[in-house]
Design a binder for this molecule. Structure first.
Ligand SMILES: Cc1cc2nc3c(=O)[nH]c(=O)nc-3n(C[C@H](O)[C@H](O)[C@H](O)COP(=O)(O)O)c2cc1C
Length: 201
C-alpha cells in the first residue's frame, strides 16, 4: 500500500499515522478556564524534548468540525497546565476524562477524582496521580486550520511532584511502580509492564 497525502482522506491519514507512531505516552492535562472550571483531558500526541530547561509538547488538535478543544481555549487564555501521569490504576478515569463535556462542566467531577492546588501555576493537579508536572506554555504552534490539524503546545516544566512510592533506592522513577499506560492506533492501549534492559554502546 502507498498513500499520497495530497489526495488521501484526512481520517485515513489519522488512523494510519496513529497506528504507525506507537506507542505514544499520554499527557493527562489539567487546565483552568477563566471562569474557574478545571478541565482534564488525555492527549497522546505528546512527548518530552529536552531537560535543560525541561520541555514537553502535546497537541490538542482541532475537532472534526474545525473547532478548538477546551484545553486549547483554556491555554490561550491562561497559558499554564499540569501534566499528570496516566497510570494503570487510573486507566478508567483517564479514558472517561476524554469525554467531550461543555466548557462549563469539569471532567474532574465526572471522573470522581480530586485535585490539589499547584505551587507555581494556577491549574491544580490530580491528587490520585502519583506524578504531576506543573508547566508554563512557551509557545503554541498551529499547524493548519482544518479538521484534526495540530496545535503544538510547547511547555516548560517548572515543578515536579513525584510520590515516593514510584521511586527506586536511587531516587529514579521505577517503571514497575509507576506503571504508565500508552496509546496505539484505533482503540488500542498498552501497559508498560513488558520490560527489558539494554545497555547503551
Ligand atoms: C488516550 C487518549 C489520547 C488522546 N489523545 C489526543 C490527542 O493527542 N489530541 C487530541 O486532540 N485529542 C486526543 N484525545 C481526545 C481528547 O482527549 C478529547 O477530544 C477531549 O474531549 C478533549 O478535551 P477538552 O475539549 O476538554 O480539551 C485522546 C483521547 C484519549 C482517550
Amino acid at each position: 500500500m502507498e498513500l499520497d497525502i495530497a489526495s488521501a482522506s484526512i481520517v485515513d491519514v489519522y488512523y494510519l499515522l496513529t497506528g504507525i507512531v506507537t506507542p505514544r505516552p499520554i499527557a493527562w492535562v489539567s487546565t483552568l478556564s477563566l471562569t474557574g472550571v478545571v478541565n482534564l483531558a488525555p492527549f497522546s500526541f505528546f512527548n518530552a524534548f529536552g531537560a535543560n530547561p525541561p520541555v514537553v509538547a502535546f497537541s490538542p488538535s482541532l475537532r472534526r468540525d474545525g473547532s478548538k478543544k477546551d484545553t486549547l481555549l483554556n491555554l490561550e487564555a491562561l497559558p499554564e497546565f499540569v501534566l499528570n501521569a496516566a497510570t494503570a490504576p487510573l486507566l478508567e478515569q483517564v479514558n472517561l476524562s476524554s469525554k467531550e463535556l461543555p466548557p462549563d462542566e469539569s471532567e474532574v467531577a465526572l471522573t470522581g477524582l480530586s485535585t490539589i492546588a499547584s505551587v507555581k501555576v494556577r491549574p491544580p493537579r490530580v491528587a490520585e496521580s502519583p506524578v504531576s508536572m506543573e508547566c508554563r506554555v512557551r509557545q503554541i504552534i498551529p499547524c493548519g486550520t482544518g479538521p484534526i490539524s495540530a496545535n503544538i503546545v510547547i511547555g516548560e516544566v517548572l515543578m515536579m511532584h513525584i510520590a515516593d512510592e514510584v521511586l527506586d533506592e536511587a531516587g529514579r522513577v521505577d517503571p514497575r511502580k509507576l506503571r504508565t499506560v500508552a496509546r496505539l492506533g484505533a482503540d488500542y492501549w498498552c501497559h508498560t509492564s513488558d520490560l527489558f534492559e539494554m545497555k547503551r554502546p
